[in-house]
Design a protein around this ligand. Structure first.
Ligand SMILES: *Cc1c(COP(=O)(O)O)cnc(C)c1O
Length: 415
């Protein structure tokens, strides 16, 4: 037996929590499922499944437009989910929380709408080197369209943003800064509160891609003083198709609609259309009603557990896994920032990450292999791809042990 550091937390009953997630008790290829792909999509607890089923069985109807019983019932449930989102991220008002399909749509909404109004030729947009493609391309397209320029905050060899360089990039031409709270390819937790304060000194609004932070620790948008914040439901124990973009009212009120159509207008004539106030202004057409009610149920679930204890447990699990994998000869950890969450990216000498993923799958272990929609990160570390294990609070030390053993076997096979 290898010597391993003892887990400090005993306040977290992981087996009890696992029982809430029916998918986890499956076998895959004759082996118990070891689900370590939470950064791509997390699993859904029974309470969220039940809430979605209840909606479909008893409440399914279009919202906001009907006077009949079912429509009013669905509207109430949908707006209750918005209230839950508001409390979950501590927004000032529920109206500042716009439902979108996910993080990708959240970025596109703000880049398109804020960009149309506030970005012009010669302006600058600051992104970071560790962004997911979803938080690069919409800004890049905007910059091309407007004749604006993308400036990039570089990172160091550990995968940490170089803050002095960031401060040098800010100037009177900067129109927005956009950075991920937690990197999906490296696990780095960025010091966004300080970065936001710096941007505000220049009067520049700050957008945060929170896809990888909200599932792993509590987030308070007022405390961060962030101007825009987006996340996906499916990475925080809710169904796909749910998600939120939060924006401060002072910005959202000034921004034009993103998509247009039904549900977002005040009056329409062929001469002129006037728009509804937020959030409806940004929610054209029939939204993902069932999915967003499911997101509300996922938030209820997080409120029913001790989320702070979950975060501590998960962090210790990440440290345990880091220690275990670092001890294996031939394994290189990619992303060694001091502040990390959930994600453990690695490579094995002379083995392509896709082969690692395929071999681990035979042992029932689900990890991800690829560029993780972050090709600039792969270019920086000079690797074509990495293998990535990513954790949630329902993962166990035993799963980490199985992962480490399977990696050892991969190395033996290819040796
Ligand atoms: C997953 C992810 C996205 C994209 O989210 P979708 O749910 O695919 O829209 C964006 N940024 C980060 C950091 C992510 O992890």
């Amino acid at each position: 037996m290898k010597a391993v550091k003892k887990m400090k937390s005993n306040s977290w009953d992981v087996e009890k929590v696992r029982a809430d997630f029916p998918v986890l008790s499956q076998t895959v290829n004759g082996k118990p499922l070891r689900y370590l792909d939470n950064a791509a999509s997390s699993q859904v607890p029974q309470t969220v499944i039940d809430r979605g089923a209840k909606y479909l069985r008893e409440e399914h109807s279009n919202i906001h437009r009907g006077v009949h019983y079912l429509s009013q019932h669905a509207t109430t449930a949908y707006e209750a989910a918005r209230e839950k989102v508001k409390r979950f991220i501590n927004a000032r008002e529920a109206k500042e929380c716009i439902f979108v399909r996910g993080c990708t749509e959240g970025v596109n909404l703000v880049a398109s709408s804020y960009g149309r109004k506030f970005v012009s030729e010669g302006d600058e947009i600051i992104v970071s080197q560790m962004e997911h493609h979803a938080n690069i391309i919409p800004w890049q397209m905007l910059a091309e369209e407007k004749g604006a320029k993308l400036r990039v905050i570089p990172m160091n060899e550990r995968g940490e943003l170089i803050i002095e360089e960031y401060e040098n990039l800010l100037n009177e031409r900067t129109k927005i800064v956009t950075v991920s709270h937690v990197s999906n390819s490296l696990g780095t937790v960025n010091p966004i509160k300080e970065m936001i304060a710096t941007a505000h000194k220049f009067g520049v609004p700050f957008f945060v891609d929170g896809a990888q932070s909200v599932p792993h620790f509590p987030v308070d948008v007022q405390d961060l003083d962030v101007d825009f914040f987006t996340f996906s439901g499916h990475k925080m124990f809710a169904p796909t198709g749910s998600g939120v973009v939060y924006g401060k009212r002072e910005w959202l009120d000034k921004m034009p609609p993103y998509q247009t159509g039904g549900g977002m207008i005040r009056t329409v004539s062929f001469e002129k259309t006037t728009f509804a106030p937020i959030p409806e202004k940004f929610e054209a057409g029939t939204p993902a009603i069932a999915a967003n009610i499911g997101l509300g149920a996922a938030i209820d679930y997080l409120n029913s557990i001790d989320f702070a204890a979950a975060a501590r447990y998960e962090h210790e699990l990440l440290e345990y896994a880091t220690e275990k994998l670092s001890a294996i000869e031939g394994v290189r950890i990619v992303g060694t920032a001091k502040e990390k969450a959930s994600v453990l990216s690695f490579t094995i000498e002379n083995v392509h990450p896709h082969d690692i993923g395929t071999i681990l799958d035979q042992s029932g272990i689900a990890i991800r292999a690829g560029h993780h929609c972050a090709q600039p990160v792969m270019q920086f570390f000079d690797v074509p791809a990495t293998a990535r294990a990513s954790f949630a609070f329902y993962n166990t030390r035993e799963e980490v042990d199985v992962l480490a053993d399977a990696i050892q076997k991969v190395i033996e096979v290819f040796a």
